[in-house]
Design a protein around this ligand. Structure first.
Ligand code: ZN
Ligand code: ZN
Length: 356
């Protein structure tokens, strides 16, 4: 934690501020370890303050050594202004992407004489590189999802509702220690598999359906994300063909990932294969995204993202082909960027379209 705080402090001067006010829950947790649902951090050059209310003060004292705890009973803005005055701070940065307009205007009104600068991605830029303890937690989250997938395969049968499969997946993950699913579980079968984000519905599985399952676990705050597409009972030639194209695209993108490569290069590695086979228009989303304390983090593996990959980034690789009124296939792994390649954290097999 002290190292994360000192990295943030190094950003104060270049950003032209004397202190930074952190309200986003994931960023707050990243910098302090505080798990409460209400609170804010104020980081000056020398001091670290945690502002929270009575419900969380005892918990915060345990979770956040090194922070000066301030119990707030009314409005945060007035308490914040008091601390700013005591520290002689005249330039305050805040998280422009996470404050509401009303909060911002209120702070400007209350903090008389303080220049308030909304900034973007200050803590998110630090979070992009995962340290050893974070990678361990992500690996655990990935492993829980892998095991849950293996456990629910026997549940997938003709006549079973997508919602039932999602429920069983969530149950399996929570039994293994997950805090919850990483996002609303996607189970999209038959023509619904053409919906890239087809959240599980009341539709029942039918013979011949492609079934796309996209889900993940949250483990101690860290997310995993996996997609596999399977087919019910029997597969036809077109399903096999589409699966093989997506698999080739996915594996080509995975093979491209290493330190020094641009995010856009990884996207191109997947997209160019799908385009060459004539399905470019059926792949309308980016190839992947970073993940960690949030399910979607920078870097996005998109055609227009020039971020250079570095060791310690964790990203998903998830190309897909979606054909309206027919169905779709997506394959997604979570990988860790390394110097000479990447480590595929997801262990669930993908080499063949699994016929259940
Ligand atoms: Zn996913
Ligand atoms: Zn994803």
């Amino acid at each position: 934690m002290p190292e994360r705080i000192s990295r943030l402090r190094q950003l104060l001067e270049p950003a032209g501020i004397d202190a930074f006010y952190v309200t986003n829950p994931e960023n707050r947790y990243y910098l302090s370890g505080f798990t409460g649902s209400a609170g804010a951090l104020l980081l000056t050059r020398e001091q670290s303050y945690l502002l929270t209310d009575f419900r969380y003060t005892a918990q915060a004292a345990m979770e956040c050594p090194g922070y000066r705890l301030i119990e707030v009973s009314g409005a945060y803005a007035a308490v914040l202004f008091q601390i700013l005055k005591e520290n002689g701070i005249s330039r305050l940065g805040l998280e422009g992407d996470h404050q509401t307009c009303n909060q911002y205007f209120n702070l400007c009104k209350v903090c008389e004489g303080v220049e308030i600068k909304p900034l973007s991605d200050q803590v998110e830029q630090l979070r992009i590189l995962k340290d050893g303890s974070e990678i361990e937690l992500i690996e655990q989250a990935v492993s829980i999802a892998d095991q849950a997938f293996a456990q629910i395969l026997p549940v997938i049968n003709p006549g079973v509702a997508e919602q039932e499969i999602a429920l069983q997946l969530e149950y399996a993950m929570r039994r293994m220690g997950a805090g919850g699913p990483a996002f609303k579980i996607i189970v999209a079968s038959g023509v619904r598999s053409a919906l890239p984000h087809g959240v599980a519905s009341a539709k029942t599985i039918a013979v011949g359906d492609l079934v796309t399952l996209d889900f993940g676990a949250v483990y101690h705050g860290y997310h995993s994300d996996i997609t596999r597409t399977v087919v019910m009972n029997s597969l036809n030639m077109r399903q096999k063909e589409i699966y093989e194209i997506v698999l080739e695209a996915q594996m080509n993108a995975v093979a491209t990932v290493k330190a020094g490569v641009r995010a856009s290069d990884v996207d191109y590695a997947a997209r160019s294969i799908i385009e060459k086979k004539g399905y470019g228009e059926c792949f309308g989303h980016s190839t992947g995204h970073g993940l960690g304390l949030s399910i979607h983090e920078t870097p996005g593996l998109a055609a227009k993202n020039d971020t250079i990959l570095e060791p310690g980034m964790v990203v998903t690789i998830e190309p897909g082909i979606y054909i309206r009124n027919w169905g779709g296939v997506r394959i997604e792994d979570t990988v860790l960027v390394e110097d000479n390649g990447c480590r595929i954290l997801t262990k669930t097999p993908k080499e063949k379209l699994l016929v259940l």
